[in-house]
Design a protein around this ligand. Structure first.
Ligand code: PGA
Length: 243
């Protein structure tokens, strides 16, 4: 895994946006895997700013998001549909029918998972997957103990994730307990991965990722077996990792 050090969150986000823009500009067709959460927010803002200034076109880009809560409508401000629209999709010229996010309100959730994987396959897989890193090593909503070969599936969120995500809700009891997530298997099939890590609260997780064992109890550890991973991390995340 290649690690790029940056001074702070802003610089990490700028580098990530440049990394993504480079792919967009150098491909005639591109399938991006996208993440939500606090980490990529500023990256999306830089992409939106680039669009305002340079009109970089997204007409040839298709996106697949990693995950969505079960039970939240697309219009719910805490849904990842809402997040993506607010921070990114509404700010660039990507056609709506080229943006995919699991439907957490699907009547048949198992079928939704199956069809999501089929759709990714139909698009010949993901060219570049953006990831954040959970404090407990989760990627997407793949919590510790998730089998490394799983594809899109339904998960019960752990208390640690519910607590971490409660900051976006009025009340911790409003945080959904289940989600649909692309699996580790789906993520590992991406041709390239860009992992963004920022802040002291991610320090231990980054250290474990770089120096720990590959273990299903720490889902991100499997990224060590992927041949094309770039980590962009800021100083706060890097301290004490021997980098
Ligand atoms: P965060 O979440 O970006 O909100 O810190 C990362 C993750 O949980 O995957």
């Amino acid at each position: 895994m290649k690690v790029i050090r940056t001074k702070n969150y802003q610089e990490m986000s700028k580098m990530a946006a440049e990394f993504i823009l480079n792919k967009i500009n150098s491909s005639s067709k591109l399938t991006l895997g996208l993440a939500t959460g606090g980490t990529p927010v500023q990256t999306y803002h830089y992409l939106a700013q680039d669009y305002r200034e340079h009109q970089t076109s997204y007409q040839h880009v298709t996106t697949f998001n990693l995950d969505e809560y079960i039970g939240l409508a697309k219009s719910d401000p805490n849904s990842y549909h809402y997040y993506m629209d607010k921070h990114f999709f509404s700010k660039v010229n990507i056609p709506t029918n080229q943006t995919f996010i699991p439907n957490g309100l699907a009547e048949n959730l198992e079928m939704e998972c199956y069809e999501y994987d089929e759709l990714i396959k139909k698009h010949h897989g993901i060219d570049l997957q953006i990831l954040g890193l959970g404090k407990n090593g989760h990627v997407g909503f793949n919590e510790p103990g998730t089998a490394f070969d799983q594809h899109t599936h339904i998960v019960e969120l752990t208390n640690s994730t519910i607590q971490a995500n409660a900051r976006f809700f009025n009340d911790i009891n409003q945080v959904p307990k289940r989600a649909i997530t692309m699996g580790i298997g789906s993520i590992m099939e991406s041709k390239e991965i860009l992992l963004l890590v920022s802040g002291t609260e991610k320090n231990e997780a980054l250290n474990k990722l770089l120096h720990g064992e590959i273990d299903e109890q720490f889902p991100a550890s499997i990224l060590n077996q992927h041949e094309n991973v770039t980590i962009i991390a800021d100083e706060d995340a890097i301290i004490n990792t021997n980098l």
